[in-house]
Design a protein around this ligand. Structure first.
Ligand code: IPM
Ligand code: MG
Length: 359
């Protein structure tokens, strides 16, 4: 069998810095992997005029997984061709409907959270976000003049099968964890919310061993800061998931800590997935070598888990990050006053040492 090919798309902002960190850790645990790098986002617009060039598309089709940095450059804000279009195009093209965002607080980082340590110690849950429908993709989606008034229209649409397949993922995920699923909707106002709740309840009949509850999204946003440890798997639609996962990230001390997996169908013999930090391109700190690489490194762990079906390597990477943190390694965003601060490369070197000593 040919080697599994990993597509590496560093993208914009801090993307190249943190992806080089993640790739070095990934290759340390899996030196057998083949990898190829391609352009995406603003970097691709600069070089080719389009955020998702044909060469990148072709690479993705030959791959089993994508290690993705970030897209977004301020100079393209509001322009017709934007870096983010690449991300949405990839999600749609590969039908990456299941977006897994694990939220866990590492021992020793409790003090970096925006909440008091007693509320978040041991926090460990997953946001499961539907990623290929809803407001992001619904049609019509345009700005028109209606009776002379400039009017912007986005369409919130959910089809029963789209809800059903993500709900099933949610129940399966909960079954492998602590057996609790919280579905989040806005059924008191939205048609799509009512369909969401009904379908989730229907799927629930297949999973009598999973304890299901429902929260309205405003209440869910409140519960995340009031009692976040009540969550095991938080299942929600695209836009709510975007917002709630940023909120959840801050509970862990930094948005730089959270990885994600966007999963779709089988391609080239594996579960095709795109693995990326949820942080975004962080242009304010890009190019300075100070970004926190944890989210990117943990994304490489998720790549091992889901696309390579290699749980041992996933755990090896996760344990190495935990060990580096336990040994006091900190980037600027997670250091407490007075704690020594490492650069991106300095932190990554500590993780690589831990991988080596465990291997
Ligand atoms: C995310 C990001 C993206 C999203 C942006 C960059 C389009 O915020 O993955 O959460 O809104 O989905
Ligand atoms: Mg987001």
């Amino acid at each position: 069998m040919s080697k599994s090919l990993i597509a590496v798309l560093p993208g914009d902002g801090i993307g190249p810095e943190i992806i080089s960190a993640a790739l070095s850790v990934l290759l340390k645990v899996r030196p057998d992997l083949a990898h190829e790098t391609a352009l995406v986002g603003g970097a691709a617009i600069d070089a080719t005029g389009t955020p998702y060039p044909p060469e990148t598309q072709a690479l993705l089709r030959r791959s089993v997984a994508v290690l993705f940095g970030a897209v977004g450059v301020p100079k393209y804000d509001g322009k017709p061709v934007r870096p983010e279009q690449a991300l949405l195009a990839i999600r749609k093209e590969f039908d990456l409907f299941a977006n897994v965002r694990p939220v866990a607080v590492f021992a020793g980082l409790e003090g970096a959270s925006s909440l008091r340590p007693e509320l978040i110690t041991g926090l460990d849950f997953v946001v499961l976000r539907e990623l290929t429908s809803g407001l992001y993709f619904g049609e019509p989606k345009h700005t028109i003049f209606e009776q002379g008034v400039e009017t912007a229209i986005d369409t919130l649409v959910y089809r029963a099968p789209e809800i059903e397949r993500i709900a099933r993922c949610g129940f399966e995920l909960a079954r492998r964890r602590r057996g609790r699923l919280t579905s989040v909707d806005k059924q008191n106002v939205l048609e799509s919310g009512r369909l969401w709740r009904r379908i989730v309840n229907e799927v629930a009949r297949e999973f009598p061993d999973v304890q299901l509850d429902h929260l309205l999204v405003d209440n869910a946003a409140m519960q995340l800061v009031k009692d976040p440890r009540r969550f095991d798997v938080l299942l929600t639609e695209n836009t709510f998931g975007d917002i709630l996962s940023d909120e959840a990230a801050m509970l862990t001390g930094s948005i730089g800590n959270l990885p994600s997996a966007s999963l779709g169908a089988t391609q080239n013999g594996a579960t095709f997935g795109m693995y990326e930090p949820i942080s975004g391109s962080a242009p304010d700190i890009a190019g300075r070598g100070i970004a926190n690489p944890i989210a990117a490194i943990l994304s490489a762990a998720l790549l091992c888990r889901y696309s390579l079906d290699d749980e041992a390597s996933a755990q090896r990477i996760e344990a190495a990050v935990a060990a580096a943190l336990a040994g006091g390694a900190r980037t600027a965003d997670i250091a407490m006053p007075g704690e020594p601060v490492l650069t991106t490369d300095g932190f990554t070197a500590r993780v690589l040492e831990k991988v080596a000593s465990a291997g």
